[in-house]
Design a protein around this ligand. Structure first.
Ligand code: DLL
Length: 448
């Protein structure tokens, strides 16, 4: 199956001069890439086995030793890793280098008690930034460009990753971080930003603000690099039309490095995986069995160049399709489709990872029964997030003030737990529909 053909192609009015950042790798022959991956995998397995006791145990449990893995054809012998493994060994359990050789920590979005923290050596940072530089070059970025980064800076990988990539390309970098849209737009017009990097929902919001401020003809943007959350082809077309740019997807996750694990090229049909650093597999999420290219399943990555945090066979929980179809951009790097969903219950709301279990914890701690529903929607390209909570008959009250105080209390606890604020609505006892099978906790109306 050619997944790319099933995606509607965005309208292309103009052709931008697009480039490679590391042509030898981006256009390597299959044999060259395979050989490199084999060598790098063997080395990384040994490195992880020697330096991560937790991982050594996992390998032993599976009855495998480093010598059993002679190349990527043996990758199936290795155990899978998951977020649970990282939480269990938090914070230093997967560190494969002395802390004195690490120069950076980043962390996943979402604020549960145990976040996932990832460590980087200087070399890890260099390679990660090169991956982001490939993404910027692929949309036409050069040293003549002004790259406006309004992904969050800080623990989130979005800002630092694209910032580093932009430096590598030699573009003038605007480290705006997120928020304060008026200032964003003022800098954009005053300093002539040409490439915008942010979440697609923030791009859509900026586009609206640009129109309402009447400065559409003052912006010089030509392209955008948007990722960190799911977005549809319709949303792409809206952003492209409203900003007069070409909008490209970028994918990544903190555990594997951050943005730039894969990136879109001028074809705008799927993202090329930087497979000289991240070896991809697709598995059946139920059985863990590897699936052939072209089939839909869970994406699994093995980091084959990382020093500090070398995760192998890490289950991303993202559902997608891999393809080796020839790409008109000339890159030979394997392509992944846009993620089509997740194999766990994690939601990404306004860029923040939210697990229903976190909401349940807040409710239980506050003495509420676990009868609740999370309703997520996307209105004008912005996520809306509501939690409806059932009261017990004892809690039920006619007093509006009492109810609103209760709602405010819950809102504060949820904000503390999640890092974003839902709308909290208390509803009458027994008013949330009971299910005969699994409780329906999440109603996600977003069309992506
Ligand atoms: O979201 C890294 C990133 C930053 C990617 C900036 C792109 C741009 P996490 O916070 O660890 O890292 O969240 C990772 O976000 O497993 C996917 O479920 C989702 N995700 C990331 N990119 C995309 C995308 C960053 N382009 C999780 N489309 C991943 C859909 C995406 N989902």
């Amino acid at each position: 199956m050619n997944f790319a053909r099933s995606l509607s192609k965005a309208v292309k009015e103009e052709v931008i001069a697009l480039g490679y950042y590391q042509e030898d790798m981006e256009r390597a022959s299959r044999e060259t890439m395979r050989k490199l991956q084999d060598e790098r995998l063997v080395k990384t397995v040994k490195h992880a086995y020697d330096n991560i006791p937790y991982y050594r145990e996992k390998m032993k449990e599976k009855g495998v030793e480093p010598g059993d893995v002679r190349g990527t054809e043996d990758i199936r012998k290795l155990p899978f890793l998951s977020k649970e493994d990282l939480r269990e060994s938090y914070p230093y359990g997967f560190l494969a280098k002395p802390l004195s050789e690490c120069v950076r920590i980043q962390s996943t979005s979402g604020t549960t008690g145990k976040r996932v923290v990832a460590f980087y050596t200087q070399n890890d940072i260099e390679l990660w930034e090169e991956c982001c530089a490939r993404a910027i070059a692929a949309v036409g970025g050069t040293k003549e460009d002004v790259v406006h980064v309004c992904y969050g800076y800080g623990l989130f990988t979005g800002g630092p990753g694209l910032n580093g990539g932009s430096h590598k390309v030699g573009s003038l970098t605007l480290p705006m971080s997120s928020g304060n849209s008026e200032r964003q737009i003022q800098f954009m017009t005053d300093l002539g930003s040409t490439i915008l990097c942010c979440t697609p929902s923030y791009a859509a919001f900026l586009a609206e603000s640009i129109h309402s401020m009447g400065v559409r003809d003052k912006i010089k943007l030509k392209a955008g690099i948007f990722g960190a959350e799911a977005w549809s082809e319709e949303m792409r077309r809206d952003i492209e039309r409203n900003l007069g740019i070409r909008a490209y997807d970028i994918y990544g996750l903190t555990e594997i490095s951050g943005p730039g694990v894969s990136f879109e090229c001028e074809e705008q049909m799927g993202m090329h995986i930087n497979e000289d650093h991240f070896f991809p597999e697709i598995i059946d999420p139920e059985t863990g069995e590897p699936l052939p290219f072209g089939e839909k399943g869970e994406l699994v990555f093995s980091c084959i160049t990382k020093e500090a945090f070398p995760l192998l066979r890490y289950r991303t929980r993202d559902i997608c399709v891999l393809s080796r179809d020839e790409c008109s951009c000339g890159r030979t790097l394997v392509k992944m489709s846009k993620p089509m969903g997740r194999s766990d219950d994690m939601l990404i709301i306004r860029g923040v990872n939210v697990f229903p279990s976190q909401i349940e914890t807040v409710l239980m701690n506050a003495g509420y029964p676990a009868n609740y529903q999370i309703i997520v929607d996307r209105v004008k390209h912005t996520d809306t997030f509501e939690v409806q909570v059932e009261m017990t008959p004892e809690m039920f009250s006619d007093e509006v003030r009492e109810l609103s105080e209760r709602e405010d209390e819950l809102l504060m606890s949820m904000r503390n737990m999640l890092g974003i604020s839902p709308r909290v609505t208390l509803v009458n006892p027994r008013s949330i529909a009971r299910s005969e099978g699994k409780a329906v906790r999440v109603i996600d109306k977003r069309k992506v």
